[in-house]
Ligand binder design. Structure first.
Ligand SMILES: [Zn+2]
Length: 212
């Protein structure tokens, strides 16, 4: 924040805690200079919020280092969530072979993320969003899984056996006309939770017939 903004912050703090801002004019100027230096990188809005948090947790008069350390935590958190990359489409004029330009753009992006001017791009944001295709959002093409991936996945997450459902699904339903393996349907067309009793009868008759 600028020295003017620091002055604004100090006057806000003076309203909630009269122990912080110096009364003597010379002291006040020195205090303003010191705060402005410590909080140079901290946006005013963040500093205001940090002051609120400080007084919610502490009875001590706030020091500029309290705000600066909250800002550092936030920067660390934001950079931790950033994947350290950006979409090439964000920089359409950047030549892919221009390594220096790429590094500069990356550095600028990191700076913007740290300063709160850009949102950290997390892996989630880089993944395709389901149902987002019509919304005009970020759309990525899915790469088909190869055999090695499927094998590894099968080892790690064995596919659960699907419940077979009631055995009478094996036969055609005489009541609603559902074919084999298809669920029974109500006259409204809605899928039934169970099956029609007559379908069960047909299946039982066949099962008994098969046994004899
Ligand atoms: Zn049926």
């Amino acid at each position: 924040m600028s020295p003017e903004e620091t002055l604004e912050l100090l006057s806000q703090i003076a309203l909630v805690d009269d122990r912080v801002v110096k009364v003597d004019h010379i002291e006040q100027r020195a205090q303003l200079t010191m705060w402005a230096v410590v909080l140079r990188d901290v946006p005013l809005a963040f500093a205001g919020e940090a002051v609120g948090r400080h007084y919610a947790e502490s009875a001590w008069p706030i020091m500029p280092k309290d705000i600066a350390s909250r800002w550092r935590d936030q920067v660390r958190d934001r950079l931790g969530r950033s994947t350290g990359t950006f979409e090439p489409t964000d920089h359409p004029n950047l030549d892919p072979d221009d390594v220096g330009g790429y590094v500069r753009a990356l550095r600028a992006h990191r700076g913007a993320v740290a300063g709160g001017d850009a949102e950290p791009v997390g892996l989630r944001e880089l993944m395709p969003a389901v149902g987002d295709r019509l919304g005009g959002g970020r759309v990525a093409e899915l790469v088909p899984a190869n055999d090695a991936f499927r094998e590894a996945k099968e080892t790690r997450y064995p596919r659960r056996e699907r419940p077979a459902g009631p055995p009478e699904l094996a036969v055609h339903c005489p009541k609603c006309g559902a074919s084999e393996k298809r669920p029974c349907r109500l006259p409204t067309g809605r899928q039934m939770v169970g099956t029609h009793p007559s379908r069960r009868d047909v299946w039982e008759a066949q099962a008994v017939g098969g046994e004899s």
